[in-house]
Design a protein around this ligand. Structure first.
Ligand SMILES: Cc1cc2nc3c(=O)[nH]c(=O)nc-3n(C[C@H](O)[C@H](O)[C@H](O)COP(=O)(O)OP(=O)(O)OC[C@H]3O[C@@H](n4cnc5c(N)ncnc54)[C@H](O)[C@@H]3O)c2cc1C
Length: 469
C-alpha cells in the first residue's frame, strides 16, 4: 500500500469535503498526502489582494490539519506526476474543476498520471450540483436562470459531511507560501498602468473556522432581513461569504443547509447561491464566453478604444468619475477588495453604457482587485450587466446612478464613508453629479466626467446600430 494524495485547489477546508473522504478511503492505513501546487495559470491574473487571501487561506488550512501541506510550484502536469510517481501512490484525488482552464489542466494531469498507472479521481466540485448536470426538457443546457433554479433545487444533494479522521503524511515541500506574492499577478495588463496595486490594509480573516463563524452570525439575524437589506449600500446586510466560497473554505452545500428556513430572507439567499451555480453552468457550456459575448449579435456593439478611452477607464477604476455612488463603489473595491453586489451592477453598467467601453476591460480589473474574483460569476455578472449575456431584457437596462443612490443610499452614508472629501456635503445634494460641490465649498472632488442623460441616449443609439446592420 501507499498513501493517497489529496490535491487541494478551490476546496481549502476539511469539513463537508467529499474528495477528502475519498482520499482517506483510498489511502487506508498509509494516510493522505495534502498537496497544493502554486500554478501560474491561476496565479498570474490574480492581483496582490486575492493572492494575499489565498496565502492566509492556506495558512489556516495547515493550522486546522495540524500538519504541513506539501507545496510544489510550476506546471501541475509535471509537479503532480513526479510527486505521485516518486511516492509510489496509486491514487490522486481532487474536487472536480469545471472551469475552462481547470478542466483542461485536469485532463492533462489525468493523462500523464495514467502513463504511470496512477488514477486521478475527480470527486464532487465547488458547487452543490456539478456544472453540466442541470438539463432542460430537450436535454440541452438551461439558458434562463429561473428555469435553471427550479431544476437545480430538485437535483441538489444537501447532505453535509463531517470532518473525517485523517492520518496526514508529511512530505517535504519544494516551494513556500512566501513565493505566492512573487508568482501571482505576473500578467498585469498594460491598461492598468498607474492604477493602484497595493492590497487593502485590512483583509477579511481567512480559513474555514472564520467562514463558519461568518455563516453562523449571518444565519442568526441578518438573513431574516436579507431580502431588503442586501440592496442597501451602507447596511452590512449580505453574508460576505463570497471569498470563502471562492477558495472553498466553505462549500455552498454547508451554506444552504444553514439557510434552510422557509422565510423570504432564506429563500432569496438560496436563490443567490443558485446564481453562482447557474453562471458556472453557463461557463461550462460556453467556455468562450470568458472573452466573447454570449449573444453573438452583441459583438457588433460599437465600443470606444484608444488613449482617451483608456484614460476614461482609469478614472473609472480609480473612483474619480465625479458620479458619487459610482466612485464610492469603485473606491470600496480598492479599499476592501470587495464590492457590494448593487455597486458591481451599477459600476459595470456605467462602464459599458455611459462610458461606452469594452466590458472585458472592466471584468479584468474586477478579477485583478476582487478577493472573491471568480471567472464564472465575474464573467457572467459582467455579461448580464453589459447586455451581452443571460439577461432576458438586456441592453435597455441602463442603471441610473442617481436613482440608485436615491433608493439605496438616500442618506449618503455609503458615499460619505467611501469619499471622505464629500463628508461635509449633506444628502441628498451630495448624491448629485459632482457631489453637489459648488464654488463656495472647499471639497476636492471632480466634476462629473460625462453628462449622464446624453450618454444614455448615445448608448441606445449604439444599440440601434447593432440592429440595423
Ligand atoms: C459585474 C459583476 C461581477 C461579479 N463578480 C463576482 C466575482 O468575481 N465573484 C463572486 O463571487 N461574485 C461576483 N459577483 C456576484 C455578487 O456581486 C457577489 O457574489 C456578492 O456581491 C458577494 O457578496 P456576498 O457574499 O455578501 O453576497 P450574498 O448576497 O451574501 O450572497 C451569497 C452568495 O451567493 C452568491 N451570489 C450572490 N449574488 C450573486 C450573483 N449575482 N452572481 C453569482 N453569485 C452570486 C455568492 O457566492 C455570494 O457569496 C459579480 C456580480 C456582478 C454584477
Amino acid at each position: 500500500m501507499a498513501p493517497s494524495i489529496l490535491w487541494f485547489r478551490r476546496d481549502l477546508r476539511l469539513s463537508d469535503h467529499p474528495a477528502l473522504h475519498e482520499a482517506v478511503r483510498l489511502g487506508g492505513a498509509d494516510g493522505v498526502v495534502p498537496l497544493f501546487v502554486l500554478d501560474e495559470t491561476f496565479l498570474a491574473p490574480a492581483g496582490p489582494t486575492r493572492a494575499s487571501f489565498l496565502r492566509s487561506s492556506l495558512e489556516a488550512l495547515e493550522a486546522s490539519m495540524g500538519s504541513p501541506l506539501c507545496l510544489l510550484a510550476g506546471d501541475p502536469v509535471t509537479a503532480v506526476t513526479e510527486l505521485a510517481e516518486g511516492l509510489g501512490v496509486a491514487h490522486v484525488v481532487v474536487s472536480g474543476d469545471f472551469g475552462p482552464s481547470g478542466s483542461a489542466r485536469d485532463d492533462a494531469v489525468a493523462e500523464a498520471l495514467g502513463h504511470h498507472g496512477i488514477a486521478l479521481h475527480r470527486v464532487s466540485s465547488p458547487y452543490c450540483v456539478d456544472p453540466g448536470t442541470v438539463r432542460g426538457a430537450s436535454g440541452g443546457p438551461v439558458k434562463v436562470f429561473t428555469a435553471f433554479r427550479r431544476r437545480w433545487e430538485v437535483i441538489g444533494p444537501h447532505v453535509v459531511l463531517p470532518v473525517p479522521d485523517v492520518s496526514w503524511v508529511n512530505v517535504p515541500s519544494l516551494a513556500a507560501l512566501d513565493e505566492i506574492p512573487k508568482r501571482a499577478g505576473t500578467r498585469r495588463p498594460a491598461l492598468f498602468a498607474d492604477l493602484p496595486d497595493a492590497p487593502p490594509i485590512v483583509l477579511p480573516p481567512a480559513g474555514e473556522s472564520e467562514a463558519m463563524s461568518l455563516l453562523e452570525r449571518f444565519c442568526e439575524g441578518p438573513i431574516d432581513r436579507y431580502d431588503h437589506d442586501r440592496n442597501v449600500f451602507a447596511t452590512p446586510g449580505t453574508s460576505h461569504l463570497s471569498p470563502h466560497l471562492r477558495f472553498g473554505s466553505l462549500h455552498p452545500r454547508t451554506a444552504l443547509a444553514a439557510a434552510a428556513g422557509a422565510d423570504q430572507g432564506a429563500t432569496t439567499f438560496r436563490s443567490e447561491i443558485a446564481w453562482r451555480e447557474f453562471y458556472a453552468d453557463v461557463l461550462h457550456h460556453h467556455p468562450d464566453s470568458v472573452s466573447e459575448p454570449l449573444q453573438p449579435k452583441m459583438a457588433r456593439l460599437r465600443v470606444d478604444a484608444g488613449p482617451a478611452a483608456e484614460e476614461r477607464f482609469r478614472r473609472w477604476a480609480r473612483g474619480e468619475t465625479g458620479i458619487p455612488l459610482v466612485d464610492a463603489s469603485m473606491r470600496q473595491l480598492l479599499a476592501e477588495g470587495w464590492m457590494h453586489n448593487r455597486g458591481r451592477m451599477l459600476t459595470a453598467s456605467f462602464l459599458v453604457k455611459h462610458l461606452h467601453l469594452d466590458w472585458r476591460w472592466g471584468a479584468r480589473w474586477f478579477m485583478w482587485r476582487l478577493i472573491d474574483g471568480d471567472l464564472a460569476s465575474n464573467t457572467h455578472g459582467w455579461q448580464w450587466t453589459a447586455g451581452t449575456g443571460t439577461d432576458a431584457s438586456p441592453f435597455y437596462r441602463i442603471f441610473s446612478p442617481l436613482a440608485q443612490a436615491e433608493r439605496f443610499d438616500p442618506d449618503a452614508q455609503f458615499v460619505h464613508a467611501q469619499i471622505p472629501e464629500l463628508s461635509e456635503i449633506p444628502a441628498p445634494r451630495v448624491l448629485q453629479p459632482g457631489g453637489g460641490v459648488d464654488l463656495l465649498s472647499s471639497a476636492d472632488y471632480p466634476a462629473a466626467m460625462i453628462d449622464l442623460g446624453a450618454e444614455r441616449i448615445e448608448a441606445l443609439r449604439r444599440l440601434d446600430e447593432t440592429k440595423a446592420e
